[in-house]
Design a protein around this ligand. Structure first.
Ligand code: NAP
Length: 322
């Protein structure tokens, strides 16, 4: 059963596991560093071999501590694990890209990253203040072009600091522009995809261009702190509840299986041990074509992550949708 959903997909460096652990926490609100460190350890013990993190999440050190604990106790070797992290917008100056990955390497206590993503296409003011604001509280931008930043990322591959490079939160036109100029093509794009936001045009475009596509917020982040009263609640959808009952699975598992069967890599985040276990049990059931169609019918182009601190930047990616 389930032969159409592979456990890994090919990537430069080593195979990329199709299920990873997301680690985006708003520290103190949706998880402490200690809880996250524990979550990563639980995940590795449960068989996860892919961890998604980012310098901007402010928790790479906790992730690194967990990985060290699980390598020290012999559960895994570094080579067993696929680590993704991301170049933050305040390091888009090509002269600062290497310094940024070195910070991540120190935090994660490793000497290479498996996949290094440009977190967003727009640049913020150079420096270690990750969210630089002026006296009126507006974000301070920089005008580095993501094409130049990419060229500096290509050098990281040559230096052996990362095995693969990719992008996140780029739109189709920006992705095309990068493909046109890149010497090393982006191997992966990480974008928002869940049943309320299938993002089909961009997903198909990236796949046609040989990129793997990673769905972030695969569960439409039910714990998000910016939820609006009128937002639909994925876990309450009768379509999903009915399929879950028939399959003897949870709604979360049905949603994630749906994304895997669409050929996506998924990175559900949880700091709850029972959910971490549940979110990895996705390979012992299938959704039929008609069940896939029913889940697809929930799409309503509901973007949850607007990255709106960059809204006035020339390289803000979602202007066409505003
Ligand atoms: N590239 C980017 O710009 C970007 C943007 C957003 C996210 N991401 C990445 O994608 C990852 C996932 O996205 P996300 O964190 O926004 O959202 P998500 O994975 O869709 O949802 C996370 C939320 O779902 C809850 N949850 C997890 N498993 C569950 C289950 N089985 N049943 C019920 N609730 C469950 C978690 O609660 P508990 O933790 O309390 O268990 C948490 O509140 C992030 O962590 C990050 O690594 C990347």
């Amino acid at each position: 059963m389930s032969s159409e959903v592979p456990l890994t997909v090919p990537m430069p460096g080593k195979p990329y596991p199709t299920v990873g652990l997301g680690t985006f926490t708003i520290l103190g609100e949706t998880g402490t560093e200690e809880e996250l460190c524990n979550a990563v350890k639980v995940a590795i013990s449960e068989g996860y071999r892919h961890i998604d993190c980012a310098l901007a999440y402010g928790n790479e050190k906790g992730v690194g501590d967990a990985i060290k604990a699980k390598t020290d106790d012999g559960t895994i070797t570094r080579n067993d694990l696929y680590i993704t992290t991301k170049l933050w917008n305040t390091y888009h100056n090509p002269d600062h890209v290497k310094e940024a990955i070195k910070k991540s390497l120190r935090n994660l206590q490793t000497d290479y990253i498996d996949l290094y993503l440009m977190h967003r296409p727009f640049a913020l003011k150079d420096g270690d203040d990750l969210f630089p604001k002026d006296s009126d509280g507006n974000m301070v931008f920089a005008d580095h072009d993501y094409v130049d930043t990419w060229k500096a990322m290509e050098k990281l591959v040559k230096a052996g600091l990362t095995k693969a490079i990719g992008i996140s939160n780029f739109n189709k036109e920006q992705t095309q522009r990068l493909l046109d100029s890149a010497r090393i093509k982006p191997a992966n794009i990480q974008i928002e995809v869940h049943p309320y936001f299938l993002n089909e045009t961009l997903v198909n475009f990236c796949k046609q261009n040989g990129m793997t596509v990673t769905a972030y917020a695969p569960l439409a982040n039910p714990g998000r702190t910016w939820k609006k009263a009128e937002d639909p609640v994925l876990f309450e959808e009768q379509i999903l509840k009915d399929i879950a009952t028939v399959k003897g699975k949870s709604v979360a598992q049905v949603v994630m299986r749906f994304l895997l069967q669409r050929g996506l890599v998924i990175i559900p985040k949880s700091i709850t041990p029972a959910r971490i276990t549940e979110n990895f049990q996705l390979f012992d059931f299938d959704l039929s074509a008609s069940e896939m169609q029913k889940v697809s019918s929930l799409d309503r182009h509901l973007r949850l992550y607007w990255e709106d601190d960059g809204i006035n930047h020339q390289h803000y990616p979602f202007t066409a949708e505003l």
